[in-house]
Design a protein around this ligand. Structure first.
Ligand code: CTP
Ligand code: MG
Length: 181
C-alpha cells in the first residue's frame, strides 16, 4: 500500500471515530453523566460529559459507518483504493470507544485537578482514537488487523492531532465550543 492509499484508508476507517466527539459538541447539554456527583474532592467527570452529547455522538458515528458502507463500492472505484466495509460491531465499537476515550480523559483530568475545559495536550488529541481502536481490536481483531496495517496506524497517529485541533478550532471560531482544543 502506498502512502496516499494509506492516507485515504486511514481517514475512511477513522471517520466513525472522528464524527462522535464533534457531534457531542453540537448536541451537548442537559444532564451530566456523573449526575453532578463528586469523587475524591472533585467532580467525577464534570458538566462537559452529558448523556445527550454521548447518545447523539454514538448515533452519528454509527450512521457515518453505515453511510460509508453504502458508498464503499463507488468510493473504492473513484479513489482507486480497496476501502473496507464496517461490520456492525465495529460500526458501534468505534463511536462508543471514541466517546468512552474522551470520558476517561475527563475522569483523569478531574483526578489531577484540571478544571472542565482545561487543555490536556496529546491526551485530548488522541484519547478517542486510542480507545476506539482498542475496542475495535477487542471486538473484531481479524478485521482490525486486515484494515489497520502499520502504515495506516502511523498515518492515523500523525494525522489525528492536527485534524482534532483543526475541527475544534473551527468550532471555537463558530462559537460552538468554549475553547479551541
Ligand atoms: N460533550 C457532551 N458529551 C460528551 C462529550 C462532549 O455533551 N460525551 C459536549 C459538552 O457540551 C462539552 C463539549 O461537548 O462541553 C466539548 O467537549 P470536550 O472538550 O470533550 O469537554 P470539556 O467541556 O472540555 O470538558 P473536559 O475538560 O471534561 O474534557
Ligand atoms: Mg475540552
Amino acid at each position: 500500500m502506498n502512502v496516499l492509499a494509506a492516507l485515504i484508508t486511514a481517514i475512511w476507517m477513522a471517520l466513525p471515530a472522528y464524527i462522535p466527539n464533534n457531534v457531542a459538541v453540537l448536541a451537548g447539554g442537559g444532564r451530566p453523566i456523573d449526575g453532578g456527583r463528586d469523587f475524591r474532592g472533585a467532580r467525577l467527570l464534570g458538566d462537559g460529559k452529558t448523556w445527550r452529547g454521548t447518545a447523539a455522538g454514538v448515533l452519528a458515528g454509527v450512521a457515518t459507518a453505515l453511510v460509508l458502507n453504502g458508498l464503499v463500492g463507488f468510493a473504492s472505484r473513484v479513489l482507486g483504493v480497496d476501502l473496507p466495509i464496517f461490520p456492525l460491531d465495529v460500526a458501534i465499537a468505534f463511536p462508543a470507544g471514541a466517546l468512552l476515550g474522551d470520558i476517561l480523559a475527563s475522569f483523569l483530568k478531574r483526578r489531577i485537578g484540571r478544571a472542565r475545559g482545561s487543555a490536556f495536550p496529546v491526551v485530548d488529541q488522541l484519547d478517542f482514537l486510542a480507545v476506539a481502536l482498542g475496542l475495535g481490536f477487542l471486538i473484531a481483531p481479524g478485521w482490525m488487523r486486515s484494515v489497520l496495517t502499520p502504515l495506516v496506524l502511523v498515518t492515523l497517529v500523525v494525522l489525528t492531532p492536527g485534524l482534532h485541533l483543526l475541527t475544534n478550532g473551527i468550532a471555537y471560531v463558530l462559537g460552538l465550543k468554549n475553547e479551541p482544543w
